[in-house]
Design a protein around this ligand. Structure first.
Ligand code: URA
Length: 189
């Protein structure tokens, strides 16, 4: 049954022209991973490599994300990875509010199908649209939020870690918190 709804969602997203990001895209980057994952990672939007391949987080930032996921004992295909917007913003600029608003129903639909216990917001854009429009990632990262029974952890975007290596220690602490929370949830279910 869920497979049916995924198919519906894919056919709705494919060919989407809800905002002008559709004009320059090569591929729509819907997301990938375990459709029943307990953990969902949400980034900002596809970059160049993602636009070319149609897959999320496959460039340098993606390789770092893979390492972070592996470091806490998961494989990439055991989690789900998606973005706030599904088409690449020109020159990797931050998506505009109207673009995010047009695309968010797709992310919400993905969330509703996957029903993860934990969402990891990679960077301020994801955190802003997932739970708090006033988020400040340097201040709020690593602090759990709970929304309707779902645990949300904001952390740095991996691209920010590539730009500033000194942030890696905090990102590592956040990944440890993620693993702890996952283990706690797994023990109680
Ligand atoms: N940055 C993002 O936010 N998402 C991707 O898929 C790749 C890079």
């Amino acid at each position: 049954m869920t497979r049916y709804y995924w198919k519906e969602l894919y056919s709705e997203i494919e060919g989407c022209r809800r905002c002008r990001l559709c004009e320059q895209r090569t591929n729509i980057v819907i997301g990938e991973g375990d459709p029943e994952a307990a953990i969902m990672f949400i980034g900002e939007g596809p970059g160049r490599d993602e636009d070319l391949s149609g897959r999320p987080f496959v460039g340098r930032a993606g390789q770092l994300l893979d390492k972070m996921i592996n470091a806490i004992g998961f494989k990439r295909d055991e989690v789900y990875i998606a973005n706030v917007v599904k088409c690449r913003p020109p020159n990797n600029r931050t998506p505009e509010e109207s673009e995010a608003a047009a695309c968010l129903p797709y992310l919400r639909a993905q969330f509703a199908l996957i029903r993860p216990e934990i969402i990891v917001c990679l960077g301020a854009t994801a955190a802003k649209y997932v739970y708090d429009s006033n988020v400040r990632i340097t201040k709020d990262r690593g602090v759990w939020k709970e929304k309707k029974g779902v645990w949300i952890l904001p952390t740095y975007h991996p691209a920010a870690l590539l730009r500033d290596e000194s942030k890696k220690r905090e990102a590592w602490e956040d990944m440890q918190k993620l693993k702890q929370k996952y283990d706690e949830i797994a023990q109680n279910t």
